[in-house]
Ligand binder design. Structure first.
Ligand code: ZN
Length: 285
Protein backbone atom coordinates (compact mmCIF):
# COMPACT_ATOMS: atom_id res chain seq x y z
CA UNK A 1 0.00 0.00 0.00
CA UNK A 2 1.47 3.37 -0.89
CA UNK A 3 2.34 5.40 2.17
CA UNK A 4 0.89 8.88 2.57
CA UNK A 5 4.13 10.46 1.42
CA UNK A 6 4.22 8.46 -1.83
CA UNK A 7 0.73 9.57 -2.69
CA UNK A 8 1.52 13.15 -1.70
CA UNK A 9 4.41 13.14 -4.16
CA UNK A 10 2.25 11.57 -6.86
CA UNK A 11 -0.27 14.39 -6.39
CA UNK A 12 2.46 17.05 -6.52
CA UNK A 13 3.93 15.49 -9.67
CA UNK A 14 0.54 15.27 -11.37
CA UNK A 15 -0.31 18.83 -10.33
CA UNK A 16 2.97 20.12 -11.81
CA UNK A 17 2.51 18.19 -15.05
CA UNK A 18 -1.17 18.57 -15.86
CA UNK A 19 -2.57 21.05 -13.30
CA UNK A 20 -4.18 24.00 -15.08
CA UNK A 21 -4.22 22.20 -18.44
CA UNK A 22 -7.16 21.23 -20.59
CA UNK A 23 -8.00 17.56 -21.05
CA UNK A 24 -7.72 16.67 -24.74
CA UNK A 25 -8.51 12.97 -24.33
CA UNK A 26 -10.11 10.92 -21.58
CA UNK A 27 -10.32 7.16 -21.79
CA UNK A 28 -11.23 4.50 -19.27
CA UNK A 29 -12.07 0.82 -19.18
CA UNK A 30 -14.00 1.30 -15.93
CA UNK A 31 -17.73 1.14 -16.80
CA UNK A 32 -18.99 3.65 -14.22
CA UNK A 33 -16.41 6.26 -15.18
CA UNK A 34 -17.05 5.64 -18.85
CA UNK A 35 -20.74 6.29 -18.30
CA UNK A 36 -20.04 9.59 -16.53
CA UNK A 37 -17.77 10.53 -19.43
CA UNK A 38 -20.55 9.83 -21.94
CA UNK A 39 -23.09 11.88 -19.96
CA UNK A 40 -20.75 14.73 -19.03
CA UNK A 41 -17.56 14.54 -21.14
CA UNK A 42 -14.25 15.03 -19.34
CA UNK A 43 -12.37 16.10 -22.49
CA UNK A 44 -12.50 19.88 -22.75
CA UNK A 45 -12.47 20.42 -18.99
CA UNK A 46 -9.55 22.06 -17.22
CA UNK A 47 -7.72 20.09 -14.54
CA UNK A 48 -8.01 22.66 -11.78
CA UNK A 49 -6.06 20.89 -9.08
CA UNK A 50 -4.59 17.51 -8.13
CA UNK A 51 -4.18 16.84 -4.43
CA UNK A 52 -3.88 14.01 -1.95
CA UNK A 53 -5.81 13.60 1.27
CA UNK A 54 -4.56 10.69 3.32
CA UNK A 55 -4.36 7.88 0.82
CA UNK A 56 -6.90 9.35 -1.59
CA UNK A 57 -6.00 11.21 -4.73
CA UNK A 58 -8.38 13.95 -5.85
CA UNK A 59 -8.26 15.31 -9.38
CA UNK A 60 -10.53 18.32 -9.67
CA UNK A 61 -11.94 19.25 -13.07
CA UNK A 62 -13.68 22.46 -14.08
CA UNK A 63 -17.44 22.20 -13.96
CA UNK A 64 -17.43 20.69 -10.47
CA UNK A 65 -16.35 17.11 -11.19
CA UNK A 66 -13.69 15.38 -9.08
CA UNK A 67 -12.03 12.09 -9.91
CA UNK A 68 -11.37 10.24 -6.68
CA UNK A 69 -8.90 7.35 -6.77
CA UNK A 70 -7.40 5.06 -4.17
CA UNK A 71 -4.39 2.90 -5.02
CA UNK A 72 -4.83 0.18 -2.37
CA UNK A 73 -1.93 -2.30 -2.85
CA UNK A 74 -1.67 -2.32 -6.61
CA UNK A 75 -2.46 0.97 -8.29
CA UNK A 76 -0.24 3.80 -9.46
CA UNK A 77 -0.35 6.94 -11.60
CA UNK A 78 2.33 7.54 -14.20
CA UNK A 79 3.11 10.64 -16.26
CA UNK A 80 4.40 10.43 -19.81
CA UNK A 81 5.14 12.73 -22.69
CA UNK A 82 2.84 11.97 -25.63
CA UNK A 83 4.29 9.05 -27.57
CA UNK A 84 6.66 8.05 -24.77
CA UNK A 85 6.86 4.33 -24.02
CA UNK A 86 4.79 3.31 -20.96
CA UNK A 87 6.55 1.48 -18.13
CA UNK A 88 3.62 -0.83 -17.52
CA UNK A 89 1.55 -2.88 -19.97
CA UNK A 90 -1.27 -1.05 -21.71
CA UNK A 91 -3.62 -3.80 -20.55
CA UNK A 92 -3.08 -2.57 -16.97
CA UNK A 93 -4.17 0.98 -17.84
CA UNK A 94 -7.54 1.85 -16.28
CA UNK A 95 -7.68 5.59 -16.90
CA UNK A 96 -5.86 7.72 -19.47
CA UNK A 97 -5.98 11.51 -19.21
CA UNK A 98 -4.20 13.43 -21.93
CA UNK A 99 -3.42 17.11 -22.28
CA UNK A 100 -1.40 18.83 -25.02
CA UNK A 101 1.78 18.28 -22.97
CA UNK A 102 1.38 15.10 -20.94
CA UNK A 103 -0.43 11.80 -20.63
CA UNK A 104 -1.41 10.68 -17.12
CA UNK A 105 -2.10 6.95 -16.89
CA UNK A 106 -3.72 5.23 -13.93
CA UNK A 107 -2.47 1.63 -13.87
CA UNK A 108 -4.40 -1.04 -11.96
CA UNK A 109 -6.30 1.65 -10.07
CA UNK A 110 -8.73 -0.43 -8.01
CA UNK A 111 -10.96 2.40 -6.75
CA UNK A 112 -11.98 5.20 -9.10
CA UNK A 113 -15.12 7.31 -8.82
CA UNK A 114 -16.27 10.54 -10.39
CA UNK A 115 -17.90 12.86 -7.87
CA UNK A 116 -19.88 16.04 -7.99
CA UNK A 117 -19.22 18.68 -5.30
CA UNK A 118 -22.32 17.39 -3.53
CA UNK A 119 -21.43 13.67 -3.54
CA UNK A 120 -17.86 14.52 -2.53
CA UNK A 121 -19.13 16.40 0.53
CA UNK A 122 -21.07 13.31 1.55
CA UNK A 123 -18.03 11.07 1.07
CA UNK A 124 -17.11 9.82 4.52
CA UNK A 125 -14.06 7.72 3.59
CA UNK A 126 -11.88 10.74 2.88
CA UNK A 127 -10.21 11.92 6.07
CA UNK A 128 -10.44 15.55 7.08
CA UNK A 129 -7.34 17.66 6.42
CA UNK A 130 -6.87 18.11 10.15
CA UNK A 131 -6.34 14.36 10.60
CA UNK A 132 -3.92 14.14 7.64
CA UNK A 133 -0.32 14.07 8.86
CA UNK A 134 0.88 15.77 5.68
CA UNK A 135 -1.61 18.61 5.79
CA UNK A 136 -0.65 22.04 7.10
CA UNK A 137 -3.95 21.92 8.99
CA UNK A 138 -3.02 18.72 10.82
CA UNK A 139 -4.24 18.86 14.42
CA UNK A 140 -1.73 16.80 16.41
CA UNK A 141 -3.48 17.17 19.76
CA UNK A 142 -6.77 15.87 18.34
CA UNK A 143 -4.88 12.91 16.83
CA UNK A 144 -3.31 12.18 20.22
CA UNK A 145 -6.77 12.15 21.80
CA UNK A 146 -8.10 9.77 19.11
CA UNK A 147 -5.15 7.42 19.57
CA UNK A 148 -5.50 7.46 23.37
CA UNK A 149 -9.17 6.55 23.02
CA UNK A 150 -8.14 3.24 21.39
CA UNK A 151 -6.77 2.02 24.75
CA UNK A 152 -7.12 -1.69 23.93
CA UNK A 153 -5.57 -1.39 20.48
CA UNK A 154 -1.93 -2.21 19.84
CA UNK A 155 0.10 0.89 19.02
CA UNK A 156 1.36 -0.34 15.62
CA UNK A 157 -2.15 -1.27 14.55
CA UNK A 158 -3.80 1.93 15.80
CA UNK A 159 -1.29 4.06 13.86
CA UNK A 160 -2.59 2.49 10.63
CA UNK A 161 -6.23 3.38 11.30
CA UNK A 162 -7.05 6.11 8.81
CA UNK A 163 -9.87 7.49 10.90
CA UNK A 164 -7.46 8.04 13.77
CA UNK A 165 -4.75 9.64 11.66
CA UNK A 166 -4.15 9.57 7.91
CA UNK A 167 -0.82 9.01 6.20
CA UNK A 168 0.98 6.25 8.10
CA UNK A 169 1.39 3.04 6.11
CA UNK A 170 3.03 -0.22 7.02
CA UNK A 171 6.61 1.00 6.69
CA UNK A 172 6.25 4.19 8.76
CA UNK A 173 4.29 2.27 11.38
CA UNK A 174 7.39 0.23 12.27
CA UNK A 175 9.86 3.07 11.70
CA UNK A 176 7.97 5.59 13.85
CA UNK A 177 7.60 3.13 16.74
CA UNK A 178 11.33 2.41 16.58
CA UNK A 179 12.42 6.05 16.63
CA UNK A 180 9.96 6.81 19.44
CA UNK A 181 11.39 3.83 21.38
CA UNK A 182 7.98 2.22 21.80
CA UNK A 183 7.13 -1.43 21.31
CA UNK A 184 4.54 -1.68 18.48
CA UNK A 185 2.60 -4.43 20.29
CA UNK A 186 2.02 -2.37 23.43
CA UNK A 187 -1.59 -1.59 24.15
CA UNK A 188 -2.16 2.12 23.71
CA UNK A 189 -3.64 2.20 27.21
CA UNK A 190 -0.18 1.47 28.67
CA UNK A 191 1.29 4.60 27.06
CA UNK A 192 1.50 8.08 28.53
CA UNK A 193 0.13 11.05 26.63
CA UNK A 194 3.72 12.24 26.23
CA UNK A 195 4.71 8.97 24.55
CA UNK A 196 1.75 9.12 22.16
CA UNK A 197 2.54 12.75 21.34
CA UNK A 198 6.12 11.70 20.61
CA UNK A 199 5.20 8.89 18.21
CA UNK A 200 2.80 11.21 16.34
CA UNK A 201 5.53 13.85 16.04
CA UNK A 202 8.04 11.27 14.81
CA UNK A 203 5.62 9.87 12.20
CA UNK A 204 4.86 13.36 10.93
CA UNK A 205 8.53 14.25 10.72
CA UNK A 206 9.38 11.04 8.86
CA UNK A 207 6.56 11.52 6.37
CA UNK A 208 7.43 15.18 5.81
CA UNK A 209 11.12 14.37 5.34
CA UNK A 210 10.23 11.84 2.67
CA UNK A 211 8.02 14.29 0.87
CA UNK A 212 10.87 16.80 0.66
CA UNK A 213 13.45 14.14 -0.03
CA UNK A 214 14.24 13.31 -3.64
CA UNK A 215 14.32 9.62 -2.87
CA UNK A 216 12.04 8.42 -5.64
CA UNK A 217 9.76 5.66 -4.45
CA UNK A 218 12.14 4.77 -1.68
CA UNK A 219 11.39 5.66 1.93
CA UNK A 220 14.33 6.92 3.94
CA UNK A 221 14.30 7.07 7.72
CA UNK A 222 17.85 5.95 8.42
CA UNK A 223 21.06 7.30 6.97
CA UNK A 224 24.27 5.41 7.37
CA UNK A 225 27.57 7.15 7.00
CA UNK A 226 27.84 8.49 3.47
CA UNK A 227 24.35 7.34 2.63
CA UNK A 228 23.54 10.65 1.01
CA UNK A 229 26.12 10.06 -1.68
CA UNK A 230 25.90 6.31 -2.27
CA UNK A 231 22.70 5.55 -4.08
CA UNK A 232 22.02 2.18 -2.60
CA UNK A 233 19.05 0.66 -4.40
CA UNK A 234 18.17 -1.78 -1.63
CA UNK A 235 15.21 -0.19 0.18
CA UNK A 236 16.13 -2.02 3.39
CA UNK A 237 19.35 -0.03 3.49
CA UNK A 238 17.48 3.19 4.17
CA UNK A 239 15.34 2.00 7.07
CA UNK A 240 15.81 1.34 10.77
CA UNK A 241 13.83 -1.87 11.23
CA UNK A 242 11.33 -2.43 8.41
CA UNK A 243 12.23 -5.50 6.34
CA UNK A 244 15.24 -6.24 8.56
CA UNK A 245 14.06 -9.26 10.62
CA UNK A 246 17.02 -11.26 11.87
CA UNK A 247 19.49 -8.46 11.13
CA UNK A 248 21.27 -6.53 13.90
CA UNK A 249 19.72 -3.29 15.15
CA UNK A 250 21.57 -0.25 13.83
CA UNK A 251 21.68 1.19 17.34
CA UNK A 252 22.17 -1.73 19.76
CA UNK A 253 22.87 -4.76 17.56
CA UNK A 254 20.04 -6.82 19.07
CA UNK A 255 18.43 -8.87 16.28
CA UNK A 256 15.36 -7.24 14.76
CA UNK A 257 12.13 -9.20 15.16
CA UNK A 258 8.96 -9.27 13.10
CA UNK A 259 5.44 -10.54 13.50
CA UNK A 260 2.00 -10.17 11.92
CA UNK A 261 -0.17 -7.59 13.61
CA UNK A 262 -3.80 -6.53 13.55
CA UNK A 263 -6.89 -7.87 11.83
CA UNK A 264 -5.25 -7.40 8.42
CA UNK A 265 -2.11 -9.27 9.56
CA UNK A 266 0.30 -6.59 8.37
CA UNK A 267 3.88 -7.41 9.31
CA UNK A 268 5.50 -5.30 12.00
CA UNK A 269 9.23 -5.01 12.77
CA UNK A 270 10.88 -3.89 16.00
CA UNK A 271 14.07 -4.05 18.04
CA UNK A 272 13.57 -5.84 21.37
CA UNK A 273 16.57 -3.93 22.74
CA UNK A 274 15.49 -0.38 21.85
CA UNK A 275 11.71 -0.62 22.07
CA UNK A 276 10.40 -1.02 25.57
CA UNK A 277 7.55 -3.41 26.21
CA UNK A 278 7.51 -2.51 29.90
CA UNK A 279 4.82 -0.71 31.88
CA UNK A 280 2.81 -3.79 32.69
CA UNK A 281 2.23 -5.18 29.25
CA UNK A 282 3.46 -8.62 28.37
CA UNK A 283 4.33 -9.06 24.71
CA UNK A 284 3.04 -12.44 23.52
CA UNK A 285 5.33 -14.44 21.28
ZN1 ZN B 1 18.11 -1.75 19.11
Amino acid sequence: MPEGDTLFRTAVTLQRAIGGQVVTRFETVLPKLARVDVDTPIAGRTIERVESVGKWLLMRFSGGLTLLTHMLMSGSWHIYKPGERWQAPGSAARIVIETSEYVAVGFNVPVAEMHTAESLRRERRIPAAKSDLLSLDFDAEAAVVRIMSEAYGELGDVLLRQRVMAGVGNVFKSEACFVAGLHPFRKVGTLTEKQVREVVAVARKQLAANVMEDSGDRIVTWRGVGRRTTRNSDPKESLWVYGRAGEPCRRCETLIESRMQGADARVTFWCPGCQSSKDGYHVPR
